[in-house]
Design a protein. Structure first.
Length: 544
């Protein structure tokens, strides 16, 4: 059922000279193929979810299964997905390539080093950090204030010990002492830039615009002034090209880019999505965590990018486990049958349906089935959605692959209008920044208001003074709750969201609003997935 790389390329009508094999089972695709003809203008299906449990609800597995289901019904479909980070792979969630009969191939390689895109982003980010410290050491170039350097370092692993570090210790020969820290590579502004760039020229311009700190007088210093943009471009040369792989059933998959949706914008690259639309009739993509995080950011940050646009249909993934969690059941008990808890937890799903409706997009709900599900629990979901008039189709992507997603595929085809609706944003570029955040809190989260901390107010004043108030807002928030308190599951109302900081990412083109206790460098749990990863008879096991 698996195809060779030339067969995959032929299935997407990609010219041979645009496909560069990267070993036996993956390839890089030259994005200049987008300029060679009009292509197919494939229709987007955005897969999102309700607020997930810590292990996730199988959104990627459902996305892959749906692409396979569409292909089984005779449609030219492709999955356009993000690349996994090593942080979750060795942390709580494990791999990010789907599971069971709905899995990307080669799964272990994609979960680990793949084609080196994450390493390229890490190297580019840290080269810029090294060049900044070199300027401070030699006193050359822009008059950066060491106390006002805002560019951290990154690493694609979970490591809480690196959140705050001191560099330049040991005397004058070792550099300028200062406090800095590490973030995970998925939170790097360069990762966001790679995923939003429309071509190499746009990538260069965005890299130049990165603000790395300021002078003692508060004047911003950009990456262009540091003088290593050319070197960053060299490091990112191959990483800019999307990756071609396949699903377990031989359906083409374009996998590229990997920002997290709780601390970044949570979508795969613009180039990968455009390439998928160019080569297929149906493109299944996803946005990280729940619709309140990745889905909202898809509409406000990614959809406006040239060649992307809004989805024909949004698919909301739910599981009975997550519904029971939102219905008040402790995580360790969510596998036990409880139709009453499912009924209570449906309030969380309904809040997400309201959020999707606010953007004017058609929606289909799917229940990602598990062996512990009962018919009474499934019926509770079915009856509620029928009363709401929302299309519903359970799916079994893990156990049955594309065959287990044919009903979902039919529901998507039936729900899609002839022309994808133009998304209705919740705010405009002219909306004041606090009101942008307020619009998301009220219309997506169901909250009451926004509280701005002292540092956030100072950040806003600076951003407005520098002329960047027109940018969209990227909310950094916990994924398991509509609030900034991870312990508040369900669908609470009347809460406030506290914004601690507002970080300007001029290269990426958005403002990151940090809320609650969100950290940009995760830590490992007491028993991380890394303890279960091994190499057995030449095969990697334990990464999902």
């Amino acid at each position: 059922m698996l195809r060779s790389i030339p067969q995959l390329a032929d299935a997407l009508s990609l010219p041979a000279d645009a496909v560069v094999p990267w070993g036996r089972d993956r390839a890089k695709v030259d994005p200049s193929v987008l300029l060679r003809g009009p292509g197919r203008s494939g229709r987007l299906v955005l897969v999102s979810a309700i607020n997930p449990t810590p292990a996730g609800e199988g959104k990627t597995t459902t996305s892959i299964g749906l692409a396979q289901g569409l292909a089984r019904l005779g449609h030219r479909a492709v999955a356009a997905l993000r690349e996994p980070s090593l942080g979750p792979c060795f942390g709580t969630k494990g791999g990010g390539t789907g599971g069971g009969a709905s899995r990307l191939h080669p799964s272990a390689d994609i979960n680990l080093h793949f084609t080196g895109d994450f390493h390229a982003v890490t190297s580019a980010h840290n080269l810029l950090a090294s060049a900044i410290d070199n300027h401070l050491h030699h006193g050359t170039g822009p008059a950066l204030d060491p106390r006002r350097v805002t560019w951290p370092r990154v690493l694609d692993l979970n490591d809480r010990s690196l959140r705050r570090v001191l560099v330049g210790m040991g005397g004058a020969a070792e550099g300028v002492p200062r406090e800095t820290g590490f973030e995970i590579t998925a939170a790097s502004e360069i990762m966001a830039i790679l995923c939003l760039a429309s071509d190499a020229a746009d990538l260069r311009a965005r890299l130049d615009r990165i603000i790395v700190g300021s002078t003692r007088a508060g004047v911003p210093v950009t990456a262009a002034e540091i003088g290593v943009t050319g070197a960053l471009m060299a490091l990112l040369k191959d990483a800019l090209w999307p990756n071609l792989v396949q699903t377990a059933e031989g359906v083409p998959a374009i996998v590229h880019g990997g920002p997290f949706a709780n601390i970044a914008h949570g979508c795969n690259s613009v180039l990968a999505t455009r390439l998928a639309r160019h080569t297929a009739d149906w493109v299944v993509t996803e946005a990280g965590f729940g619709f309140d995080l990745g889905g909202e950011k898809f509409f406000h940050i990614k959809a406006p990018q040239p060649g992307v646009g809004g989805p024909a249909v949004v698919v909301l993934v739910a599981t009975l486990r997550a519904l029971k969690m939102h219905g008040g059941i402790p995580l360790e008990q969510v596998d036990a049958p409880d139709a009453g808890a499912v009924s209570r937890g449906l309030a969380n799903l309904e809040r997400h349906l309201e959020a999707v409706a606010a953007f004017g997009a058609p929606v289909v709900v799917t229940l990602n089935q598990r062996p512990t599900d009962t018919e009474e629990e499934r019926s509770t979901v079915r009856v509620r959605l029928a009363r709401l008039g929302v299309p519903f189709a359970p799916a079994n992507p893990f156990g049955a692959g594309g065959a287990g997603c044919e009903d979902l595929a039919r529901a998507v085809l039936a729900a899609a209008p002839a022309v994808a609706p133009i998304p209705t944003p919740l705010y405009t570029a002219a909306t004041p920044i606090p009101d942008k955040v307020r619009a998301v809190v009220r219309r997506v989260y169901g909250g009451r208001d926004v509280l701005l901390g002292k540092q956030a107010r100072a950040d806003l004043a600076r951003i407005e003074r520098l002329g960047f108030a027109h940018l969209p807002v990227c909310m950094a928030r916990v994924p398991g709750s509509f609030t900034d308190d991870p312990s508040r599951a369900g669908a609470p109302r009347g809460f406030d969201i506290t914004v601690q900081r507002v970080i300007l990412q001029a290269g990426a083109g958005f403002l990151v609003a940090l809320t609650g206790e969100v950290v940009r460098m995760p830590g490992l749990g007491a028993r991380p997935q890394a303890e279960r990863v091994d190499l057995v008879n030449g095969e990697v096991v334990g990464v999902g």
